[in-house]
Unconditional design. Structure first.
Length: 350
């Protein structure tokens, strides 16, 4: 038996329960992982609230990303050994469609995500395909390792696959308190780029500057585009990373240099911004949509994190039994970085 956090319906925290259930049996081609930590993502709130548009069956174990130790392997996973620290790639792809065949699992026609279409990582044990298991960088805690699977992978694809960021370029990152945005700042700085961040929270801006951001814009009382142009001597930024959508779209477009690239992975403030087509074609801007990442991108990310000794920011950790408190903290918007869950009593991430 094991403990896991389930959604049993849709609504508020009353539909989230920690209960005992059967420990999963390792399936052929799978690795059984003893999960040590997981981190919360906005989709956890979405699945709790409604899960609309995502095929799922209740009750279902929550959680998209996770890290732990290998508990049991099979012949197909001989390069892993029991007790090895690992992180999980959260997407289960079909391996057969045209997109999987060309190595872009993020576009898989039958993709499923842990904690969305199938049972997730807020459990003491999980059995996943060997292809979804990767060695964890040795300098990380389990909570930090878990944070790589969603936010850091999303930011990696946005910066380096979509935007093709170069070390000499300038990046504008909106909403630096969020997980993807903070990851984008850390990755871009490690790559040698100049990074400008925005937030409405002065404390978050101060922390971002202390972590290495080159400039900070308080979007509560500053016009972002005007400030970005001032920081770049009127030129504009090469790349914009944003996941807010409608509320910042105009400022994001106006912040770009001619030929600049905007990459978006969300629309938390609305999905129907003004297109500003004249600016788009006159200034020859490029707009990319992005979500998740591929197995190859995750491998590259892990090597980069190891090489540059990058540590994801864990805002606060909770034991599994305090899942309601963890969800409330995520929903409050007061966090800076990731909210984590400790799945085992011997895990002591702070």
């Amino acid at each position: 038996m094991m403990k896991a956090a389930f959604i049993t319906g849709h609504g508020g925290n009353e539909v989230v329960e920690v209960r005992h259930c059967e420990k999963p049996r390792r399936q052929p081609g799978d690795i059984l992982v003893h999960v040590k930590a997981a981190t919360l993502n906005q989709v956890d709130l979405y699945m709790r609230n409604s899960g609309a548009g995502i095929t799922h069956h209740l009750p279902q174990i929550m959680g998209v990303d996770g890290a732990g130790v290998v508990a049991e392997t099979g012949k197909a996973s001989g390069h892993f050994h029991e007790g090895q620290s690992v992180v999980l790639f959260p997407a289960l792809s079909c391996g057969q469609c045209e997109f999987c065949q060309r190595g872009d699992q993020s576009l898989c026609l039958r993709i499923q995500f842990l904690g969305e279409q199938t049972d997730g990582t807020f459990a003491e044990w999980i059995s996943v395909p060997a292809a979804n298991v990767f060695p964890m960088p040795g300098h990380l805690t389990f909570a930090e390792g878990a944070a790589l699977g969603v936010n850091f992978l999303t930011a990696w694809r946005m910066l380096f696959t979509k935007a093709q960021l170069k070390p000499w370029e300038t990046v504008l990152v909106f909403g630096v308190g969020g997980g993807v945005s903070l990851a984008a700042m850390q990755l871009a700085k490690a790559a040698g780029a100049r990074v400008i961040v925005t937030s409405r929270d002065t404390d978050k801006l101060d922390r971002a500057l202390a972590m290495g951001a080159d400039a900070a814009i308080n979007s509560q009382d500053q016009e972002v585009a005007k400030a970005a142009l001032e920081y770049t001597n009127g030129r504009g930024v090469d790349v914009v990373i944003e996941n807010i959508g409608e509320a910042v779209w105009s400022q994001a477009m106006k912040s770009l240099v001619r030929g600049g690239r905007l990459v978006t992975c969300g629309a938390t403030s609305g999905a129907q911004p003004g297109a500003d087509l004249q600016r788009l074609f006159v200034r020859q801007l490029q707009i990319f949509g992005s979500t998740g990442g591929t197995l190859a991108e995750f491998s590259d990310l892990l090597k980069f994190v190891q090489r540059h000794r990058i540590q994801p920011v864990i805002d606060r950790s909770f034991p599994l039994e305090q899942i309601h408190h963890a969800l409330n903290h995520l929903e409050s918007g007061k966090k800076m970085g990731k909210v984590a869950l400790n799945l085992c009593e011997d895990t002591h991430d702070s």
